[in-house]
Ligand binder design. Structure first.
Ligand code: TPP
Length: 573
C-alpha cells in the first residue's frame, strides 16, 4: 500500500496552521519519515524549512533565532537518534532559558513498544531538560498541547525554556474534528507585563535611593527593558555590569558601564540590584565572600531568579519593564545618595583600562613560534566590523579574548552551560534572521570542529555569515591548564588543519591567513563574499584572562581562583 495522502484536516496540517498563526516563518530541522507529515505541511503552509546536517545544530539555530528575535524558535527532528542527537541543544536551551519548541515523531501507535524502527520513549530523557514534554496520541489534542507548550516556552507558569512535543506518525496523518479548532488557539497573544507589589516597591526605593555605591547587574530577564533601565541608572548615577546575557541594553560608552572593573565593583558596591539575572558562577553565587556586606535588591519576572543562592533584602516579582517603571514612579523627584566620587573613580579606571586593552590588542606580540597573538586578529576584526554587527563568540581561550576584545550590541556565546560548538549554527541562524547585518562567528579551532558541517547549511541557505577560526592547533585553554597544573600535555593538541580548504570544499569563500598585516584585506574580501571563512593561524602560547583566573581548572568553591580563595577565608571565619 502507498503511504496515505494527507488531507488539509490532518493533525500535521493543523500544526502548520498553528505555527503560522503564531508568527513562525521558519523551522530548523532534519528530515525523517516519522516527521514527514509535519515537514510537508509546513512547506505547504509557506513556512521556510532550514534543513541542517545534525539535529543538535537545528536546536542551536532555533535557540539563536529565539534569543535574537525575542520570538519562538522551532526545531523539527525525527524519532530516536534524531532526538538523542538534539539533546545537547535542548540542554543548552534549558540552561540558557531559551524559548524553543522541539517537535518530533514516533512510530505509529499500533507498533508502539514492539521493536519498531527508531522507537524510543523520548520523554524519559527529554523531560528533565524541558519545561513541558508530552506525547500527543490524540489528533484532537494537538491544538491545546501546542498552545500549552508555547505558553510554557515563554515562561508562563515558570521559567522560560525549551518545550517538547512528539506525535506518533499515524496520528499526524489522522484527521482532526473541526469542533476542536477553537479560534482562541490561533490568536497570537501578547503576554501581559506583571506588576510588582506597590508596598515592596516603596521598600526597594528606600534601599536603592539611600545606597552610596549602587551596582546594577542585568541578565536575560531584563531584555527589552532598556529605556527604564537607562532612566534608573541616570536617576541613581549607579554603576552597571552586563554579564553577557543582556548585551546592548546599555551602550558601551554609557557613564554607568564599568565592565573592565567587574571584580572590584562587585566587592565595593553597598547595594547590588539584579534584574532578571541568576546569581550563578559568573556572579560568585552572590557570596558575601566576594560581595562583602552589600545588600541585595532582586528583581525578576520568574521567582527562581529571586531566590537562587541568595535572597534579596528586598525582592520584587514582576516584569523588568513594569518593575523599573514602578520604581521610578515611586521615587519621584527623590535625590539619590550615591557617592559621585565613587562612580567617577571606578568609571575613570574602566575607561583607562579599556583604552589600554585596545592599544595592547593592536600591539600584542607574536609567540615564540612566530604566530600572531589572537588579539591581533580581534583588533583587525574590531576595525572592520560595523557598529551593529552581530558577534557570536565560541571556544576556550579565544572566547575569553573575544568576549572583551570584540564589542557588540548583539552578542551570543556558549552561555552558562559552557556549550562550546554553538558558533557556526548560532551564526547561520543569526545571518538568516538579519541578512542585512554583518554576522561574525569568532571561534577557536576546537569549538569550530563540532558543527563545522553547518557551513554546508550556510551555503545552501545563502546565510551571509563570516566565520573566523582562530587556529592555534589545540584545545588551547586545556593545554594551558595541563601545563600549569600537571606539567605535561595529554590529548589536547590538534593539528593546524586547513579549515579554509574544508570550507572551500563546501562552497564558501575561504582563505588562510598567516600574517597579521594580511588581515585587513582578507577580512574585507571575506565580508564581500559571505558566507565566508577565514582560517587564521594564531599562537597557542597566548594566555587568556579565563586561563589566568582559574576558570579552566574548576576550583572547589568558586569558579575563579581569587573568589575561591576569598570564599575559603570567609568560611574559615
Ligand atoms: C561540548 C564541550 N566539550 C568540551 C568542553 C571543555 N572545553 C572548554 S574550552 C575547551 C577548549 C576549546 O578549544 P578551542 O575552541 O580551540 O579554543 P582555544 O582555547 O584554543 O582558544 C574545551 C575542550 C566544553 N566546555 N564543552
Amino acid at each position: 500500500m502507498n503511504p496515505p495522502s494527507m488531507s488539509d484536516r490532518s493533525a500535521a496540517a493543523l500544526i502548520a496552521r498553528f505555527l503560522k498563526a503564531h508568527g513562525i516563518d521558519r523551522v530548523f530541522g532534519l528530515c525523517g519519515g516519522h516527521i514527514m507529515p509535519i515537514w510537508m505541511a509546513l512547506d505547504a503552509a509557506g513556512i521556510r524549512i532550514v534543513d541542517v546536517r545534525d539535529e543538535r545544530a537545528a536546536v542551536y539555530m532555533a535557540h539563536a533565532h529565539a534569543d535574537l528575535t525575542g520570538g519562538l524558535g522551532v526545531a523539527l527532528i525525527t524519532a530516536g537518534p534524531g532526538v538523542t542527537n538534539a539533546m545537547t541543544g535542548i540542554a543548552n536551551a534549558h540552561v540558557a532559558r531559551a524559548s524553543v519548541l522541539v517537535l518530533s515523531g514516533l512510530p505509529p501507535m499500533p507498533q508502539e513498544n514492539r521493536g519498531a524502527l527508531q522507537d524510543m520513549n523520548h520523554l524519559d530523557f527529554v523531560r528533565p531538560l524541558t519545561r513541558y514534554a508530552r506525547t500527543v496520541r490524540l489528533a484532537d489534542l494537538v491544538l491545546p498541547e501546542l498552545a500549552e507548550a508555547v505558553a510554557r516556552a515563554f515562561g508562563e507558569g515558570g521559567e522560560p525554556g525549551p518545550v517538547y512535543l512528539d506525535f506518533p506518525v499515524d496520528r499526524l496523518r489522522a484527521e482532526v474534528s473541526a469542533a476542536t479548532e477553537l479560534p482562541e488557539f490561533f490568536e497570537a497573544r501578547r503576554r501581559p507585563r506583571s506588576h510588582p507589589d506597590p508596598e515592596t516597591v516603596a521598600r526597594a526605593v528606600d534601599l536603592l535611593w539611600s545606597a552610596k555605591r549602587p551596582l546594577v547587574i542585568t541578565g536575560r530577564g531584563a531584555r527589552g527593558a532598556s529605556a527604564p533601565l537607562l532612566k534608573l541608572l541616570e536617576r541613581l548615577d549607579a554603576l552597571y555590569l552586563d554579564t553577557g546575557e543582556s548585551r546592548g541594553l546599555v551602550p558601551d560608552d554609557h557613564p554607568s558601564v564599568v565592565a573592565a572593573m567587574r571584580g572590584s565593583v562587585m566587592s565595593e558596591a553597598d547595594v547590588v540590584v539584579t534584574i532578571g539575572r541568576k546569581l550563578d558562577f559568573q556572579l560568585a553565587y552572590g557570596s558575601p565572600a566576594v560581595f562583602g556586606d552589600a545588600r541585595f535588591l532582586r528583581i525578576a519576572e520568574n521567582a527562581a531568579e529571586l531566590r537562587d543562592n541568595r535572597r534579596g533584602d528586598v525582592s520584587l516579582l514582576g516584569s523588568a519593564h513594569a518593575t523599573l517603571d514602578a520604581l521610578l514612579a515611586s521615587a519621584g523627584e527623590r535625590t539619590a545618595a550615591t557617592d559621585p566620587q565613587w562612580t567617577a573613580r571606578v568609571r575613570a579606571k574602566h575607561v583607562a583600562r579599556s583604552a589600554k586593552l585596545r592599544t595592547s590588542m593592536r600591539e600584542a606580540a607574536p609567540g615564540s613560534d612566530g604566530l600572531m597573538h589572537p588579539n591581533r586578529l580581534l583588533a583587525a576584526l574590531r576595525d572592520a566590523l560595523p557598529p551593529d554587527a552581530i558577534v557570536v563568540a565560541d571556544g576556550g581561550d579565544f572566547l575569553s579574548f573575544a568576549r572583551v576584545g570584540l564589542p557588540a550590541t548583539t552578542y551570543l556565546d556558549p552561555g552558562p552551560l559552557g556549550c562550546i560548538g554553538i558558533g557556526t549554527p548560532f551564526g547561520v541562524a543569526a545571518a538568516l534572521a538579519y541578512p542585512d547585518r554583518v554576522v561574525v562567528v569568532a571561534t577557536g579551532d576546537g569549538a569550530f570542529g563540532f558543527n563545522a558541517m553547518e557551513m554546508d547549511t550556510a551555503v545552501r541557505h545563502q546565510a551571509p555569515v563570516l566565520i573566523v577560526v582562530a587556529n592555534n592547533g589545540s584545545w588551547g585553554i586545556e593545554v594551558r591548564d595541563q601545563i600549569e597544573s600537571h606539567g605535561r600535555v595529554v590529548g589536547t593538541r590538534l593539528r593546524f588543519s586547513d579549515y579554509a580548504a574544508m570550507a572551500r570544499g563546501l562552497g564558501l569563500h575561504a582563505e588562510r591567513v598567516e600574517r597579521a598585516e594580511d588581515l585587513p584585506a582578507a577580512i574585507e574580501r571575506a565580508l564581500a563574499h559571505r558566507p565566508a571563512l577565514l582560517d587564521v593561524l594564531v599562537t597557542p602560547e597566548a594566555i587568556s584572562s579565563d586561563a589566568k583566573s582559574g576558570l579552566a581548572w574548576v576550583p572547589d568553591l568558586q569558579a575563579l581562583a581569587a573568589w575561591d580563595e576569598a570564599e575559603r577565608q570567609w568560611r574559615a571565619g
